[in-house]
Design a protein around this ligand. Structure first.
Ligand code: ARG
Length: 412
């Protein structure tokens, strides 16, 4: 159930300090007006605990900052793959979004970046959550993805020409791309999502083929940056990854076939990679039954393992990484499954946790308010049984969720 705890004093057996990757025993967090006043070892609290603070006793549990997923589609569902998607109305997408927002928050994700949604359903969802109408994670949203005619981001290639089906994010040429950015900002986007290569799940696109020229990507990125918005570029193929990085985008989504030059550029720019290395298991395991096109399954067979190998390579080379899962392609709420894959392919548990907290917060430009438990930060707190530094998969079973001082999931 939900309860309001604007002022609270939370105690637990331990807390993960995600930045240092260390455990703090006998943890305590003091929360006032939805923000952390103190977080650390209980014996070092040097302030009076207000009388009205709700005591929340989480003995037996480990506290962590709420998790952040940098690549979700809350208004999408794995029930509508391939041609099934043509039956999905904007209204149904919005309702699906309401359900998925709750599921995602319950799973311990207190913040998400939603990278691509039709009809600004993501803006409505974000606003409804912020107004307290419905429970859900804090959302940073892109509105419709922007891309080329026939592109992975923007268009829909499922029907022949006589149906005149065109996706809403189509923008060809630098000025059209700038205009599309301006329109998304006008209707409430917090960031811009584009595509600089084809994709796995879009009909008729090639993962290795660039989409947009560097000139178009540069115009789009300059326009977004001039308004203070960051740019996320979907890119599997090496050339499209390089193009996006040359244009100055902030994050590369998927990054499957990143080459040495892409790795060099990402490091030079301080760009983050958001590599969704869990979803391949869902697509290859359950994708056919879920309606994913055979041509997409074939593309996934050519992509998944290389992406995992390149995740290891890029991480070893020191490229910055965030957790981004593409939940929506697979069921929402299973976002944390990717963390164990990130450790399997080269990260320590602490690094995987950092990708899902402090690094993600930094990539959002919100490193001063979310991603860790420290004074002045939002009281976004989750609790699990056991030590996630020893067993990262415990984060697939989050028992307690607080967002901005409000308890959404409690242990009793
Ligand atoms: N939305 C992405 C696309 O269609 C999903 C890619 C999933 N595959 C992977 N190996 N990460 O391109």
């Amino acid at each position: 159930g939900t309860a309001h705890a604007q002022n609270a004093f939370v105690t637990a057996d331990r807390m993960v300090d995600v930045e240092s990757g260390r455990l703090i025993e006998n943890a305590a967090v003091l929360i006032e007006d939805g923000k952390v006043k103190f977080a650390g070892d209980m014996s070092t609290v040097r302030m009076a605990i207000p009388e009205d603070a709700t005591r929340i006793d989480l003995s037996g549990y480990t506290l962590l900052p709420g998790l952040i997923d940098m690549h979700v589609h809350l208004t999408s569902s794995s029930d509508y793959h391939g041609y099934r998607g043509l039956a999905l109305s904007d209204e149904m997408s919005a309702i699906i979004g309401v359900v998925n927002a709750q599921t995602t928050l319950d799973a311990g994700f207190t913040t998400v970046r939603n990278v691509g949604a039709g009809s600004f359903g993501d803006v409505a969802l974000r606003d409804a959550i912020n107004q307290g109408m419905i429970p859900g994670p804090r959302m940073f949203v892109s509105g419709p993805s922007i891309g080329i005619t026939g592109g992975h981001c923007s268009d829909n290639n499922l029907l022949p020409e006589e149906y005149k089906l065109e996706g809403e994010g189509v923008a060809d040429g630098p000025w059209a791309a700038r205009s599309a950015v301006r329109k998304n900002i006008k209707y409430g986007a917090d960031l811009i999502k584009t595509c600089s290569t084809g994709g796995v799940l879009s009909k008729g696109t090639k993962v290795g083929a660039p989409q947009y020229t560097v000139e178009e990507l540069t115009a789009l990125t300059e326009e977004a940056h001039s308004h203070g918005l960051k740019v996320a570029s979907h890119a599997h193929g090496a050339e499209g990854i390089r193009n996006a990085l040359m244009a100055g985008v902030d994050t590369i989504e998927h990054a499957s076939f990143i080459d040495d030059e892409g790795i060099r550029l990402a490091k030079k720019n301080g760009a983050y990679l958001s590599m969704d290395i869990y979803v391949t298991e869902y697509i290859l395991g359950e994708g056919e039954a879920a309606g994913i096109l055979e041509e997409s399954l074939e593309k996934e067979r050519m992509t998944g393992q290389t992406q995992r190998d390149n995740f290891r390579k890029a991480h070893e080379a020191g490229v910055k990484m965030v957790l981004g899962t593409d939940a929506g392609v697979y069921p929402h709420g299973q976002n944390a499954r990717q963390l164990s894959r990130m450790t399997r392919f080269g990260m320590t548990s602490a690094e995987a946790l950092q990708a899902a907290t402090v690094n993600a917060a930094d990539a959002l430009g919100k490193g001063d308010t979310i991603g860790k438990l420290a004074p002045g930060y939002f009281a976004d707190i989750i609790a699990v049984q056991g030590n996630p530094l020893d067993y990262i998969s415990i984060l697939e079973s989050v028992d307690f969720v607080m967002k901005e001082g409000v308890v959404y999931k409690s242990v009793d």
